[in-house]
Write a protein that binds this ligand. Structure first.
Ligand SMILES: *Cc1c(COP(=O)(O)O)cnc(C)c1O
Length: 470
């Protein structure tokens, strides 16, 4: 380091407080704009690359200036994903308490892999983990881990499953891999989320060698089909069920599935990325009944719990299997005895303190506040369905949760209408194909969506559709 570079370092630290004050202004402006701005992005990739890119500059510039450049680009280059009228994908927003906590997480720069590096974050992770279990009514002894998202939660859960079913067959998969191992039967529904297949692929279990169980007209796994397949299966066996279909919001009959899987001695995994949180609501909890009997569960906090990216959670009934699948002791990692080391439950080693925003979100809402969000979003989804039906459009699913599938007529009419709704900018919805029908998908999962936002969005959808469906 030469002397001018050294000077830079001291200047950079001195400027921290004014820098953070300016960033606070930028962020406040961004949040304030969410309500009024078009939901779609206003700049293209080309425009953004032109503004922000070019060759790496030889010399750096002040952090405050960079924040200003990013904030300007952010006002127009982002979609208002965190805003109240984004209904594309199941995505949630960011609760104020969670954003604030996330800023502290960045300031603290804690590595939450090991207790010795961050007692605070490890303690908060334990509290957040047990609060999440309480919401769902999961056994308090279930182990848990905070992953980047539900993709990695599915991966972690299925790694634990792979460990256990092979260990029961006398095979150590962590030591010996899958070469020569007894084959594992993996049963998934026709409607399994693609992240389940990706997880199986990463684990060497193959995305295509699974046995697919048929589903009903809402996308629910047929328990009788599963029972038949289990009857025909041999050896180590994993069943993947789903709580909350990404198109219809429908739930597999988990209680019945748990019963037949248990009888057969199969490991039951449940993907409940957003649907698991139906458990928070007395009205909706029946949909996930039986989930507490699962061997593993994967979910997201960055969806319905409304924390910033990225945050998924995995729960496991067999702590030893969970730990065996994920931990690998290194000589310089000295176990702290009674304290929990978070890295033992997730694939990542060094890791952001992603449980802290979850703690903040739940602490700010309380049990009742979170239930209110889930119930409100479900009621809003029903309102979308009723209003669009009244306007003469077809709703393709039973609206049991927060998902609505709408057809505006032919596939072309529906696609044209979706594109025009996105362009209009009042709200944003994406397209999907449900059982051969092209549809617009409305997902309601943002804490800040008011009934007025829903009415405003319905008005825009109907106005745009009238123009494009001729
Ligand atoms: C979103 C989703 C996932 C994947 O979650 P990520 O957080 O995007 O990794 C998995 N399963 C279901 C049912 C989902 O809705």
């Amino acid at each position: 380091m030469n002397s001018s570079a050294k000077l830079e370092v001291s200047r950079m630290s001195a400027d921290m407080s004014s820098l953070l004050a300016s960033v606070q202004q930028h962020a406040s402006k961004w949040f304030a704009a969410l309500e009024k701005r078009p939901v779609r992005a206003m700049l293209s990739g080309d425009e953004l690359r032109k503004t922000l890119g070019g060759p790496l500059p030889q010399k750096g510039i002040a952090a405050e200036k960079i924040a200003e450049i990013l904030a300007d680009a952010g006002m127009r280059g982002t979609l208002a994903l965190a805003g109240p009228r984004y209904f594309g994908f199941v995505i949630g927003g960011t609760l104020p308490a969670a954003v604030a906590a996330d800023w502290l997480v960045s300031a603290w720069d804690q590595n939450s892999g090991l207790y010795v590096m961050s007692p605070l974050v490890c303690a908060i992770e334990q509290i957040a983990g047990s609060w999440l279990k309480e919401i769902v009514g999961l056994p308090s002894k279930m182990s848990f881990g905070f992953t980047t998202g539900c993709q990695m939660a599915n991966f972690t859960a299925l790694a634990a499953a792979r460990h256990r079913v092979l260990r029961d067959a006398g095979w150590d998969v962590e030591a010996n891999g899958l070469f020569g191992a007894p084959p594992i039967e993996v049963l998934v529904s026709d409607e399994a989320h693609y992240t389940i297949l990706m997880a199986l692929r990463l684990l060497g279990l193959g995305a295509s060698r699974v046995r697919r169980i048929p589903t009903d007209n809402q996308g629910r796994m047929r328990a009788d089909g599963l029972a038949t397949a289990l009857g025909e299966s041999k050896g180590p066996c994993i069943v993947c069920a789903q709580a909350g279909n990404v198109n219809t919001g429908a739930f597999d009959p988990i209680e019945k599935i748990a019963e037949v899987a248990k009888e057969r001695g199969a490991w039951l995994h449940v993907d409940g990325a957003f649907g698991l949180w139906a458990a928070a609501s007395c009205e909706k909890a029946g949909l996930v009944r039986g989930v507490e009997k699962a061997d593993s569960i994967a979910t997201d906090a960055h969806k319905w719990i409304n924390v910033p990216y990225d945050c998924g959670v995995v729960f496991c009934a067999d702590e030893a299997a969970h730990r065996s699948a994920m931990s690998l002791a290194a000589v310089y990692i000295v176990a702290t005895g009674s304290e929990r080391d978070p890295h033992e439950f997730v694939p990542e080693e060094s890791r952001r303190a992603r449980a802290v925003p979850v703690y903040a979100a739940l602490r700010s809402l309380g049990r009742n506040g979170f239930a209110e969000i889930v119930e409100r979003n479900c009621r809003q989804a029903r309102r979308f369905a009723e209003a669009l039906q009244d306007a003469g459009y077809e709703v393709l699913n039973d609206v049991v949760l927060n998902q609505v599938l709408v057809s505006f007529g032919t596939p072309e009419q529906t696609q044209r209408t979706i594109a025009a709704i996105q362009e209009d900018g009042t709200c944003w919805c994406g397209g999907t194909v449900w059982q051969g029908r092209t549809a617009m998908r409305i997902s309601v999962s943002n804490w800040s969506t008011t009934d007025a936002d829903v009415e405003k969005s319905i008005e825009a959808m109907v106005r745009v559709a009238r123009k494009h469906v001729t």
